[in-house]
Design a protein around this ligand. Sequence first.
Ligand code: RIB
Length: 297
Amino acid sequence: MTRLLVVGSINMDYVFEASCLPRNGETLGGQSFRRTPGGKGADQAVAAARLGAETWLVGCTGDDAEGHGLLDHLRAEGVCTDHVATTVDAPTGAAAVFACQGESAVTVVPGANHRLTPAHVRTAETLFARSDMVLAELGIPMAAAMEAAALAHRFGKPFLLTASPAGAIPPELLQRVNLFLTNQHELMMGFGDGQTEWRALLAKWPGRIVVTRGDEGAAHVDGQGTLHEQPAFRVPVLDTTGAGDAFAAALAVHWALGIPQAMRMACAVAAMAVRGFGSQSTLPTRQELWDFLENAG
Ligand code: RIB
């Protein structure tokens, strides 16, 4: 069984569904509202646990009803939360998700996620030693992500970073990441110069980046400079929120297959995830993934 350590954010998502996304100054009548568990770290941890990995999460929630509810939910999903801190200084992270016919726009207020400190990450040192690999993302302070990278490096564990939310990545972190997971926008923001197109950017970082391209699938240039492209699986899309997190977790769980084959599994899991509202509602189990792949041919 793969042992995955995830260091990342935990949010309550407030999902508003309407026939289009709201514009500036507009009050729009919606069709549905849901309060669902989210946050990139929690999404990745739940996705990995459903796929059968032993999963530990390091993060921080507020000492409030949302935080307690999210921790109960994570435990019920089989995620170990022994190293999730609780703070009284900030509310649990919250995301407003506006969803419309497969498109979405998200505003995140990090709250307690931004109280995660390097010292707290260090309390999970034994988990770094026991894990097969470490996943992190940037919904937590950069200092906490850098500590996670340093510990993964110290124990010789592959460190996979979802470079989201998009932004510049400090050189010390760049050096420590074995594989970056980005969407095309984040690739341009984190690695681009405003001119170079995505394939050329991947080629500049051989073996270091997997880019997700929405309904175009995913791509990777390996260490020998060969471009691998995995087409997306065609499914009816309800809500794309969290698809990148589902992809990241599935890629990590199937890491031993090699990146091209792991990208196929990850594209399948991401496709299954976008068939329902909320970032965790339709994440598949291992058996559901196999059934999906069998039917996909
Ligand atoms: O990646 C999806 C997640 O990003 C959502 O669950 C939301 O919480 C935001 O952080």
